[in-house]
Write a protein that binds this ligand. Structure first.
Ligand code: THU
Length: 132
């Protein structure tokens, strides 16, 4: 699947405008690209019980998976400062596509970086010895 980083970052930035983040005031948007070429978006959604907050990356990938899309090629993530995905999200992304491309960018389109998830999450949890 050809990855159009700019388009994905644009969709992610649009999703970030929907962020529900009254506590941190930090807006994050994510756009997941499937191998079939579809894009699924997500934003972070916070809660008064802070720990129940869910990150934009997980909203986006769960959005794709809940539509039956299990072949994931890439994710683009936008925030002020082009933050990289948190550890919990790296593990969740790994579940569906260990070698997926991860693109991070800022809102202005001035800065972006591209990674392989394998570099962001070396030696992940995989069920251990029970899994052949
Ligand atoms: N957040 C994300 O959406 N993705 C990450 O990878 C890390 C953090 C959100 C959670 C919370 O709403 C806000 O950013 C501040 O942590």
């Amino acid at each position: 699947m050809e990855i159009d980083s700019e388009k994905m970052l644009l969709v992610a930035a649009q999703a970030a405008s929907k962020a529900y983040s009254p506590y941190s005031k930090f807006k994050v948007g994510a756009a997941v690209l499937t191998e079939s070429g579809k894009i699924y978006a997500g934003c972070n959604i916070e809660n008064a019980s802070y720990g129940l907050t869910i990150c934009a990356e997980r909203v986006a990938i769960f959005n794709a998976v809940s539509e039956g899309e299990l072949d994931i090629a890439a994710i683009a993530i936008t925030s002020e400062g082009a933050a990289k995905p948190c550890g919990a999200c790296r593990q969740v992304l790994h579940e569906f596509a260990p070698g997926m491309t991860v693109i991070v960018g800022d809102f202005g389109g001035n800065f972006s970086r591209k990674f392989s998830l394998r570099d962001l999450l070396p030696d992940p949890f995989d069920g251990g010895f029970k899994k052949a």
